[in-house]
Write a new protein. Sequence first.
Length: 242
Amino acid sequence: MRRFVKSVKPKLLELSTLLHGHNFDLMCLTETWLRPTTPNRLVVLPGYQLLRADRSDGRGYGGVALATRDGVSVSPIKKPADASCPGSKLETLWTLIKPDSRRQFVLCTVYRPPRHTVADLTADFTDLQAQLQHLRWLSAENLVTYHSLCLLHKVRCHAEPELLAGSLATVAEARGRDAAVSTRQDTLLHVPRSRTEMGKRRFTCRAPAALNSLPSDLPRLPPGAFGQRLRRHLLEEQNTSN
């Protein structure tokens, strides 16, 4: 559900009634007219969490937000600093939505201020295209690969081989128990849901081999730089395969 609100604070009751009346899980809001200095405690929708991307000029216009029902996992996706396009006035809020433990998707809330020249339109859509290009690595397969390799790299950097060995042993044991059950065990992350705590992710034996197959400069990076470089590597691989 998308809602063009033109100032969200005076309409909180109306929005809350709309959300609960239609039992919406998500609502994209544009023209929220919130300043970055406005605290979240003044913008409350009972039963929902609100993610904001206020216009940075501080004048209190524009801005986008996403209201999500409590219990729906939502994480903001930070745009790369070099993804912006000169002349663009596009306002976006990228989020990763996980309705449950098996499904996830990327959602973008977009507001384009009314500008009517060809140059303005071109700048805004070029900006959107650049943001999409930077986020193409967020396919389901790449996300599994990314999170698994970042976790394994962090374990290696902190010299915790017993944690890795224990995790691999636990998965091997779970595989033996679940051998007759069709699961997603050939992925880099495996969650034997009937055997482990919901949402707790563990390595499979493919993860160390996948880490060793990366370009030689990646494993030597610290965890933060490793994650950034891995995203670029996954995007480059995806572009090559396409």
